[in-house]
Design a protein around this ligand. Structure first.
Ligand SMILES: [Zn+2]
Length: 109
């Protein structure tokens, strides 16, 4: 079972206490964007075999949204952090790089 620590209230919550919110760090496109940009924003998602960044909500707890960095193959959790960020905190990126030497943070699309 996936267990994530809520970065706001500190509770280690099981997956059943959380609500998944899809991919984290999406760049939003709205009015004034091209059809292709809007299409990609709505429909295109990464589906990696490995490191992934996701949005989660502590639904049966404090109710706040946060981000989690984890591996989709092993379910290893590298960390959780505030949803009010445009990229993962340096300590989480360093932790991922330590365990996955070929991994690098991508630019947000
Ligand atoms: Zn919480």
């Amino acid at each position: 079972m996936l267990i994530l620590e809520c970065p706001y209230c500190g509770v280690k919550a099981e997956e059943t206490e959380l609500a998944a919110g899809g991919e984290a760090h999406l760049k939003r496109f709205g009015p004034g964007s091209s059809d292709e940009e809007f299409h990609d924003y709505l429909f295109m998602r990464e589906n990696p075999k490995g490191v992934h960044f996701e949005r989660w909500r502590h639904a049966n707890g404090c109710g706040k949204w946060f981000h989690a960095a984890r591996c989709t193959m092993t379910l290893e959790v590298f960390g959780t952090y505030s949803a009010q960020t445009t990229e993962p905190p340096k300590e989480i990126q360093d932790k991922i790089s330590e365990k996955r030497p070929n991994w690098t943070w991508r630019d947000v699309k």
